[in-house]
Design a protein around this ligand. Structure first.
Ligand code: SAH
Length: 359
């Protein structure tokens, strides 16, 4: 049994069952054994792959999207170019390379990366050694005094989520306790109805509703920064457009699904994000929300096919790989539909490329 699993079992023996969010927190971010604290969780040699790791096209297009948004905002100078959870630093590298087309953008950008994991931070340092970059441990430490252009890819889904389960007695928190020497789901006595949207409360027994207080806090902070300082935040993640019933707590190890309770620390753990709830939180900060738009149609709208064609012309030997990456990023059966793109801007902003306004 992993050391972290033993540590979690000891905590349960001491305190009783823990919430799914407390479990995710330990499994992902335990300072010694958490999944993200190790050297290489993401990428072909890691446990899971993300859009920027699939192809350089992703970061390049997003970079050009930011250049356009920055121009549409009157080219503020200086501005904060902020990335939350940069992983291996690939997205920022590809964005900056594409943004070289507009040297003024790169000159005006003050790059700040928010990263908790020392191992990944080291990786980002190596990857971005030619850029001037500073780091923060937490979004809540960022105190902007200028417009902010913010990107977060697969950041919100890595934040701990809680689960409520409908029992015969009503909605209760779904907890993780000890059973048979291992971990098992149990339900608590505390009523959870207030956390479940009214239209979902009548779901049948066994239904599960997820919400992430940390993702909600993050979006509230992002939206209040944008409302105050201007700029735009682009959030890309997998999740549902509307609040919904469903157990999406998912473990991935070595590119395959794994038991969520099997090997804490040894596998990635995520929960889908609820774009409806997060969009409402952003709007409550007096911002305008664009999307969520499926990742596939967003990338098509901002020119991924033309970019793929160019890359294939430049290196015909890689044509098959480029087509495969294009398909992986945009196809509805791959990352094209499940992944979605949502932007937050000031209320006066009327257009953002590839996204329609939803508020
Ligand atoms: N954006 C990258 C990595 C996604 S994985 C990509 O697309 O490849 C999630 C990332 O968020 C990791 O870098 C992880 O260490 C970081 N992270 C998770 N929770 C965090 C938090 N609370 N604050 C800062 N970074 C966090």
């Amino acid at each position: 049994m992993s050391t972290l699993k033993e540590k979690i079992l000891r905590r349960i023996a001491r305190e009783g069952p823990i919430s799914v969010a407390q479990y995710m927190e330990m499994a992902l971010y335990d300072p010694e054994h958490g999944f993200y604290m190790k050297g290489e969780p993401i990428g072909a040699r890691g446990d899971f792959i993300t859009a920027p790791e699939v192809s350089q096209m992703f970061g390049e297009l997003i970079g050009l999207w930011f250049v356009q948004a920055w121009e549409d905002h009157g080219r503020p100078k200086p501005f904060l170019f902020l990335e939350l959870g940069p992983g291996r630093g690939t997205l920022m590298t590809d964005m900056l390379r594409a943004a070289r087309l507009r040297p003024q953008f790169a000159q005006a950008a003050e790059i700040v990366l928010v990263e908790t994991s020392p191992a990944l931070r080291q990786r980002q340092k190596e990857q971005l050694k030619d850029a001037h970059v500073t780091w923060r441990d937490s979004l809540f430490e960022v105190q902007p005094d200028r417009p902010v252009f913010l990107v977060a890819n697969e950041f919100l889904d890595a934040l701990p989520a809680r689960q409520a389960i409908k029992t015969d007695q009503g909605w209760r928190e779904r907890l993780i306790g000890a059973a048979g020497g291992g971990l098992a789901f149990v339900s608590a006595n505390k009523a959870m109805e207030e956390f479940v949207p009214p239209r979902l409360r009548g779901a049948p027994a066994g239904a599960i509703f997820e919400f992430s207080p940390e993702a909600q806090d993050a979006v509230r902070t992002i939206a209040s920064i944008i409302a105050q300082w201007g700029g735009v935040a682009l959030l890309i993640d997998y999740g549902h457009e509307h609040s919904a019933i469903g157990d999406t707590l998912q473990a991935v190890k070595e590119h395959a699904y794994a038991d969520a309770l099997g090997e804490p620390g040894g596998a990635d753990l995520t929960a889908h994000i609820d774009f409806e709830a997060l969009g409402a939180i952003a709007r409550a900060q007096d911002t305008k929300v664009f999307g969520p738009e499926p990742q596939g149609s967003f990338l098509e709208a901002i020119g991924i096919r033309a970019r793929a064609k160019k890359l294939k012309e430049a290196s015909p030997a890689r044509a098959r790989d480029i087509d495969a990456a294009l398909d992986r990023l945009t196809s509805p059966t791959q990352m094209g539909t499940l992944f979605k793109v949502m932007a937050i801007a000031q209320a006066r902003v009327s257009d953002l490329a590839g996204l329609s306004c939803s508020s």
